[in-house]
Write a new protein. Sequence first.
Length: 437
Amino acid sequence: MKRTKPTKMPPIRTSSSRTPLAFHLLVKPTGAVCNLDCKYCFFLSKEMLYPGSSFRMSDELLKTYIRELLDAQRMPEVSINWQGGEPTLMGLDFFQRSVDDVEKYKNPGQKVLYTIQTNGTKLDKDWVAFFKQHNFLVGLSIDGPKEFHDAYRVNKGGQGSFDQVLKAWKVLTQHGVEVNILSTVNAANADHPLEVYHFFRDELKAQYMQFIPIIERATPETLTLANQGWGERPGAERPLYTQIGELVTERSVKPEQFGRFLITIFDEWVQRDVGKVFVQSFDAALANWLGQPSLCIFQRTCGEALVLEHNGDLYSCDHFVEPDYLLGNIRKTHMLDLVSSDQQKKFGQDKFDTLPQFCRQCEVLFACYGECPRNRFIHTPDGEPGLNYLCSGYKLLFNHINHPMRIMAQLLRSGRYADEVMSILAKEEMHGVSDEI
Ligand code: SF4
Ligand code: SF4
């Protein structure tokens, strides 16, 4: 039996004395530009922050980024994480140059790990050979079987992208590239958790997957436009997405629906897939039950997952690429001074400091910590603002998984294997409560 592996969560790195102990940097070489037009992707509207831009990271900035990052790291492993928009629109030559720059600037003994998040539509054998050669971990966006995926993940002509993504999955896995599935949970697939999970596990034979809730905020004024999507509309009005408004679009998942989606998958996973299939939310929950570092959204504080735009602008987080959260530009200020700035420290500390009283008294605070501040836009039952939109879903989830999580945490603490939970739960089911651990 295998021990439960750690997740594909952002790697934690130790850095120089100027920086926090750990930070994770996503880089967007094409900004928000993408060849698809996924209806729920409000990142598309971020193009409007840079009017007239070419949205291509220059070679000079690429060198600055890589040199500063490699200089900064004191640990043997450094992670370079490409994200979009769609980063492959930069072309393979750009990534080849990035790898050449890494070879040129890395310190003796430094090992560089590469990740890329892609919609998969541009991948061909040359890309796949490159990923294999340099051990890229590829995050591939798939929302489940075709009917769910094509509901929102469409190209500029409105056609579904499923067939192209499936082709990418096949060629990547046939060539031994490690792939992590990123699936959103939205109005189209949220009531079909097992169809989604079984598709990934049984048809794709995927081992690593993560589920991200779609929550698109809107105000009464922007809701109608927001419901139409965030892509370009020649000659028509288009809203810029900001973290404002207490309404959500019709594509968004409902709080308890999201909780039930994860619970249904968890119940299947904990009976038969522990140690074989790795679901990021469950790994992160187990880390919290063990009192270990977890995903940023489930930690007490955050601020260690920043994002670098195509022009060198550094923002506090990928979900806060907004003028108020711009820390500076790495062409003018060393990245580490921005990462360790007071503004960024406050951003991270605010995650806990702004928690409403309702969360502070919550029985699952240790597992949830109010989740991500971007989703805290509803009121508590006693009228305090700042409660997470997903609260009722998370309460359901964390209370539901408490017992098996406690068993797994106890197993790991005693040097045993987390997947023993499956036989323990089976015995409990047959004979009542077990005292096996
Ligand atoms: S704002 Fe949310 S996504 Fe960003 S670092 Fe904090 S918890 Fe993570
Ligand atoms: S479950 Fe709800 S009340 Fe509890 S910490 Fe999370 S958001 Fe706050």
